[in-house]
Design a protein around this ligand. Structure first.
Ligand code: SAH
Ligand code: SF4
Ligand code: F3S
Length: 474
């Protein structure tokens, strides 16, 4: 794809702002402030996209509500990664028939990764007739125009045709925290892991211009944000499509120059593209948190190959060893899939032995869910659900023990944490994170929210640490 075809032109973005203005005039003409509800499923990329949708809605004059009965516009931003995620959305759509029947003027929008699938769009078209607007992630920037069409043409609108996707700069945003922010650095995925739907619904890999990313991060730091996460399905392939000789490590180096008191995190890193240069850069850059999410998926080479992951157990273990050699304090997490089609018990136990060997701080674990249209969904899958569940339970048991042991090692230590929110819990009224991203439930005054503080760790369990704020040494 040529760069000029990927970037949405400033003129086109201006056109979208015109639709936003028209919708704003419509809102102002109502004589009351219209309300919107945005419900988000799925990963941080979807959370970031929803913040853009909310930005557009705010500029159109909408306030926000969590009550579907009170909403003039409902936006459901969906995830297609596993069958369960889709089922929950269909359940919600079913329940919304009542809200819509009570107020027929209500506009219901379905967007995100599920919406980009033709089969889902067809099912919504025929069976969920109360849904007015369906658009995929690639059409996000066109939301003002699409909503305008729903209001003026009074017909259902479907926009899922752009498979490859574009890059739109300058969309408004409503960030939900004053401390933490998401910054997408690239969109799409080219990896086609055999089990995964993402490349089919998020289009091809495309990197934002480094200047646009640097500007966004600089502004966030100036506004006081202290915990900034760079997002991409595989950040390690950042820059390949730009052809300016800049890779992800170079981008981190450039961001690290921005002065201020903040951490940069990123996700996700694909092991096939994680380089020593990346680990050296992380080690060197003081703003880059020593935290790495490096999904391994499986500890067995045959399964890794069938998954089309393009690395071996040995290569992965070598990367972990190198990363830890340059960052001894590194907090390491991973994603695991148990029960890939054809996986045997012995192969699943190779994954358990890998996690015993690596000793991750925490894991995100999933039982394989067939995604229609992916190569893995066509493979024979002889192991039953109950058997897979047993393997899964063994994995969890091992990881829970490891996480508890690692967390126990923090007790008695004093660590620097960023307080990101109040918690509502009387004993531990604050929520905070270590540099490595571990959750610390904290005792301390609510004025600490948004600050870096020293915390003495008093207790721990499998999932979190517990501590109290102590005066800093200097
Ligand atoms: N781009 C990221 C992952 C995004 S999806 C990466 O490659 O690391 C998040 C996780 O969901 C994946 O890492 C995988 O563990 C899991 N996942 C993806 N497809 C799945 C499926 N069909 N069934 C079960 N888990 C799946
Ligand atoms: Fe899916 Fe693989 Fe792409 Fe991650 S890298 S989004 S698992 S295809
Ligand atoms: Fe789900 Fe789409 Fe993210 S499928 S995990 S919301 S990229």
């Amino acid at each position: 794809m040529k760069r000029e075809d990927v970037l949405i032109s400033p003129a086109e973005m201006g056109r979208q702002r015109d639709f936003t203005q028209r919708l704003r005039q419509r809102s102002e003409g109502l004589g009351r402030r219209p309300l919107a509800m945005v419900d988000t499923f799925g990963c941080q990329q979807n959370v970031a996209d929803s913040q853009r949708i909310m930005g557009m809605l705010r500029d159109m004059g909408y306030g926000f509500t969590e009550d579907p009965g009170a909403a003039d516009v409902i936006v459901i931003n969906t995830c297609a990664i596993r069958e369960n995620a889709e089922k929950r959305v269909y359940g919600l759509l079913g329940r919304l028939t009542h809200a819509k029947a009570a107020s027929p003027e209500q506009v219901i929008c379905l967007c995100g990764c599920m919406a980009q699938q033709q089969a889902v769009a067809d099912r919504v078209r025929s069976s969920y007739r109360h849904v007015d607007l369906v658009f995929g992630p690639q059409a996000l920037w066109k939301f003002p125009e699409l909503l305008w069409e729903v209001y003026t043409r009074r017909r259902r609108v479907f926009s899922i045709e752009d498979e490859h996707g574009a890059i739109a700069e300058g969309m408004p945003v409503v960030r939900e925290s004053r401390v933490k922010a998401w910054v997408s650095i690239m969109y799409g995925c080219n990896n086609f892991c055999s089990y995964c739907i993402v490349p089919y619904v998020r289009g091809r890999e495309r990197s934002r211009d480094p200047q646009a990313i640097l500007e966004e991060v600089r502004q966030l730091v100036e506004e006081g944000y202290k915990d900034i996460t760079l997002l991409g399905q595989n950040v390690n392939s950042y820059g390949r499509d730009l052809e300016i000789g800049m890779d992800f490590a170079d981008l981190l180096t450039a961001i690290n120059e921005i002065p201020g008191d903040y951490y940069i995190r990123f996700m996700t890193s694909h092991p096939k593209d994680a380089t020593d240069k990346l680990f050296d850069t992380m080690a060197r850059c003081s703003h880059v948190a020593k935290q790495l999410h490096l999904p391994v998926q499986s500890g067995n080479d045959r399964v890794l190959q069938a998954m089309n992951r393009r690395y071996t157990r040995e290569k992965y273990l070598g990367q972990v060893a190198y990363a830890r050699s340059v960052m001894p304090e590194l907090v390491l997490t991973s994603d695991i899939i148990i029960g890939f089609p054809g996986e045997t018990e012995a192969e699943a136990m190779d994954t358990v032995s890998l996690i015993e060997q690596v000793r991750y701080d925490a894991l995100f674990t999933f039982i394989y869910s067939p995604r229609p249209g992916t190569p893995a969904a066509a493979l024979p899958d002889p192991a039953g659900r109950a058997e897979k569940q047993l393997w899964f339970d063994r994995l969890l048991e091992a990881q829970n023990r490891i996480s508890a042991e690692i967390h126990q090692g923090y007790v008695g230590k004093t660590v620097r944490v960023l307080v990101d929110a109040e918690s509502g819990d009387a004993r531990w009224p604050l929520q905070s994170r270590t540099e490595g991203g571990r959750l610390v439930h904290l005792a301390g005054p609510k004025e600490a929210v948004g600050q870096f503080v020293q915390a003495k760790v008093l207790d721990s369990n499998t999932w979190a640490l517990f501590g109290e704020i102590v005066p800093s040494e200097n």
